[in-house]
Design a protein around this ligand. Structure first.
Ligand SMILES: [Zn+2]
Length: 502
């Protein structure tokens, strides 16, 4: 019997705002002392009142509009009651039956079937909880003092009250890789919109998958299982594949899938039972009496729509249209918004002074140097991060022109770029200071070539015996002797001439 999987996702993302969702405490939940960004409101003290963060609301609306969702003309917040040590009020302010925005579509490029439209059910806004840190006694462990032999937990409220959006999809996804592509594309969109940094490792984006299987040829969906704790794209893909296999095997053997929440153990590569699923009524949702309902006019919505930036898919299509790029290059330029912007800023620096045919060559050169050399040198350092990335598009464009005009050789260009990344200096300055200017002077190159020949008699001998690799070795030595400055073709030519005279 063949089983068909049905998958829906629930994705939480912490919104990028200055302050928390309902108070003025800073929205900084990472890499800080615990319990410093707190106030009576987010600590749930009696008598305090929440005030909704307008920027967070606008960011959720912009995500909704970017995904083709309809904005609710009337929306409200609700209380979701449950007790947990990281929830100071004993309830979470969320949205129950009137989410800010709903019914959208995200088209993804699936690995198996090409373009596919995944329907978005809803996107609502809520507040995040605090963070629990569980400490288990292990032999000889250090860390905070604890009662002898006890396991216990600490709670950090810096994250309590941070604005959190929750996006729910329709069950349109049918495999782990599809779920992964959906989540990656959503992450990109959140970053393009500046709605969230959506870094999964930092818990800024968290994914839950609802997975069920049904026998092929039937229409009724099987019992769904919710898988939590998916902290990377890879674990999303693996956990879904595991669940599909587990449920299919269970049904095949005549067993029954129970509706439950399961966790994901990444090192074992398995899901495990956590608890049977609560029904919604157990949360006793009711309208939040301390916050006014929200109303959005057509003008409000159009203003947010007008401010939407170019989105990843639009940028892909435009880059293909405007430049001669491979799919892989477009993906490099789109998957990091700042890399793409750096590329286009470079092109506009090149533009004004060139004819079209020259410009094409220079753009090609820029793509090559950007996608391989520059990104290689950065090794993951985020481009454009304040004070960290020092190369300006103007200087990068200047370097491309110098390479194109053969003012410097390719090894010297790479060395110059390395220096630019380290110091931010302009290429002219570096080339002059380091003596990188390309050498076309035959007598200087010849002098260096004679030295190389004298210093490497074995290689000269090998060359005469017909070993072609020795010539390459000697050219390399000659380039080194001129600090990479010699014009490589000229260097080769001069070496060959001298060797034939030997
Ligand atoms: Zn606060």
């Amino acid at each position: 019997m063949n089983y068909l999987p049905t998958i829906g996702l629930e994705i939480h993302a912490e919104l990028k705002t200055k302050s928390k969702m309902f108070c003025a405490s800073p929205n900084i939940s990472l890499e800080q002392e615990p319990n410093v960004h707190v106030c009576p409101v987010c600590m749930g003290h009696p008598g305090t009142l929440p005030v909704a963060n307008a920027v967070a609301i606008q960011k959720v609306l912009s995500v909704g509009l970017a995904l083709g969702c309809a904005v609710a003309p009337y929306s409200k917040f609700d209380r979701k009651s449950y007790f947990y040590p990281d929830l100071p009020k004993g309830y979470q302010i969320s949205q129950y039956d009137m989410p800010l925005t709903s019914k959208g579509i995200l088209e993804i490029q699936t690995p198996e079937h090409g373009a596919k439209k995944i329907r978005i059910t809803r996107i609502h806004l809520e507040e995040d909880t605090g963070k629990l840190i569980h400490l288990f006694k292990t032999e000889g462990s250090s860390g905070p003092e604890r009662p002898e032999g006890a396991n216990y937990s600490l709670v950090d409220f810096n994250r309590a009250g941070v604005p959190l959006m929750e996006l729910v999809t329709e069950p349109d996804i049918t495999s782990g890789p599809e779920a992964r592509v959906f989540a990656q594309e959503l992450q990109l969109i959140l970053r393009y919109l500046d709605a969230s940094d959506a870094d999964m490792e930092k818990g800024q984006m968290r994914i839950e998958a609802n997975v069920s299987v049904r026998p092929e040829g039937t229409e009724t969906l099987g019992t769904k299982v919710e898988v939590k704790n998916l902290n990377s794209f890879r674990s999303v893909e693996r956990a879904i594949a595991y669940e599909i296999a587990r449920q299919s095997t269970l049904l095949q053997a005549g067993g029954k899938v129970i509706q439950e929440t399961r966790g994901w153990n990444d090192s074992k590569g398995e899901t495990f039972s956590q608890r049977e699923k609560e029904e919604a009524f157990e949360y006793r949702y009711f309208p939040e009496p301390d916050l006014l309902p929200m109303e959005f006019s057509g003008t409000d919505i159009e203003q947010i729509r007008a401010r939407l930036p170019e989105l990843p898919q639009q940028r892909r299509e435009r880059l293909f249209r405007e430049y001669e790029l491979t799919t892989k290059e477009v993906e490099v330029l789109v998957s990091n918004k700042h890399v793409g912007e750096f590329f286009e800023d470079t092109v506009s620096e090149l533009g004004p002074r060139l004819q079209e045919s020259q410009l094409k060559k220079l753009i090609r050169l820029s793509v090559n140097y950007l996608c391989s050399d520059l990104l290689g040198l950065l090794a993951g350092t985020p481009i454009k991060e304040e004070g960290k990335f020092k190369v300006s598009p103007e200087n990068f464009a200047e370097l491309m022109v110098l390479i194109h005009e053969q003012k410097i050789s390719s090894p010297a260009a790479k060395a110059t770029l390395r220096e630019m990344v380290a110091t931010g200096a302009d290429p002219d300055h570096i080339i002059e200071e380091k003596g990188y200017a390309q050498l076309f002077d035959e007598s200087t190159i010849e002098e260096a070539a004679r030295r190389v020949i004298t210093e490497h008699p074995q290689a000269v001998e090998d060359f005469k015996k017909g070993k072609g690799a020795s010539l390459q070795f000697l050219v390399g030595k000659l380039m080194g002797a001129t600090k990479g400055a010699a014009n490589p073709e000229l260097a080769r030519e001069i070496l060959l001439k001298l060797l034939s005279e030997e």
